[in-house]
Ligand binder design. Structure first.
Ligand code: GDP
Ligand code: MN
Length: 332
């Protein structure tokens, strides 16, 4: 009765028995957590789930990043919750500050205006630094440079099903660039000029855009707002390090919308993926049950629940509800 909309075109990791063999060799991958000291307790909760549901079987290393020094307490509490290596990185100033061409008075005025209009995080300066860092810099941080793949993790998120295979190995084997669990519509008030900036980029750099691309996923005369929710990402770091993506990020950064508006890293990532990739490079992780309040992806197939592997309510699954772009993704 609840026929899934993607069955006919889905690479299903659950059907690849070789992925489930006891295989201790790891991929060159890292778990990246951008986090503040004060979020330690939400983070401990998340790490507990993440370890129990998955990483205790693989022990992938963690890199924690912060624009301020981590406290000793933060380091002690995170180290003791995992058997993995843990590394703690300070983000250099130039990755978390205004570039010289930004008019900071204008940026402050915009924050005031957006705050008055009650736009989510509209009045926040640090949120903008964070979005710019996640758009253009996390993959070039010195502690990240040696890795090829990453899983982005945030304090406060939950994983509600066992993950019995290595998603890094899965994406490497299938030559996948990026994996998501939740897609949704962006608040248009945060990105008034993003799409026209993207269109100028596409005109100027059309040689970067392959004929087979995914622009139809996001373009409905204007940007339709569809994006992959970037608080969860499993992906190939070398995509972000590519010349075309770096050019794209610089182009957006020069235009100033990270500060004069409130461009989020999720639409920026998704627009780049849509411009540069074809559909087979992007994977929907149906089997990874994931909650970042207020939305969750909970697989609806009975098997996940009857096997005892999950603890989420499939009726709360966001995929097919208003605001999700996941059905549209599979209809492409
Ligand atoms: P939301 O998911 O859009 O509501 O934003 P969050 O508050 O969850 O922030 C996104 C991620 O960036 C989370 O991992 C936060 O811990 C992290 N983050 C946000 N602001 C800061 C900041 O000022 N400093 C640091 N170090 N991390 C931040
Ligand atoms: Mn968050």
């Amino acid at each position: 009765n609840r026929q899934r909309f993607f069955e006919h075109q889905y690479i299903d990791p659950m059907k690849d028995t070789s992925l489930f063999l006891k295989n201790v060799t790891r991929v060159n991958a890292v778990i990246i957590v951008l986090v503040r000291n004060k979020e330690i307790h939400e983070l401990r909760k998340t790490m507990r789930y993440f370890e129990d549901r998955w990483n205790k079987k693989y022990n992938y290393p963690y890199v924690f990043l912060n624009n301020e020094e981590f406290t000793q307490e933060f380091k002690d509490l995170t180290k003791r919750i995992t058997h993995s290596e843990t590394y703690y990185g300070l983000i250099p100033k130039e990755m978390w500050d205004y570039p010289p061409w930004i008019n900071q008075t204008k940026a402050a005025d915009v924050r005031k205006e957006m705050e008055d209009k009650k736009i989510l995080y509209g009045g926040s300066e640090s949120y903008r630094h964070m979005c710019r860092f996640n758009s253009g810099f996390f993959f070039r941080h010195e502690l990240i440079q040696k890795y090829d793949y990453y899983w982005r993790l945030e304090p406060g998120v939950d994983f509600m099903c066992d993950i019995d295979y290595d998603p890094f190995r899965f994406i490497q084997k299938n030559n996948i660039t990026y994996g998501f669990t939740i897609s949704l519509l962006e608040l248009q008030d945060t990105i008034p000029t993003l799409w026209e900036t993207v269109k100028m980029f596409m005109n100027e750099y059309h040689h970067y855009i392959p004929r087979k691309n995914l622009i139809r996923f996001i373009d409905n005369i204007n940007y339709n707002g569809c994006h992959f929710w970037s608080n969860f990402e499993i992906g190939d770091l070398n995509f972000w390090r590519s010349e075309r993506y770096l050019k794209f990020f610089d182009y957006l950064d020069r235009a100033g919308g990270f500060y004069y508006e409130r461009w989020g890293d999720a639409p920026v990532h998704s627009i780049a993926l849509a411009m540069f990739l074809e559909k087979s490079k992007i994977h929907f992780f149906n089997d990874i049950a994931y909650m970042h309040p207020p939305f969750q992806h909970c697989p609806i197939e009975k098997w996940f629940h009857e096997s005892g592997k999950c603890h989420c309510n499939p009726d709360k699954n966001f995929d097919s509800t208003f605001g999700s772009c996941t059905e549209a993704w599979f209809a492409l």
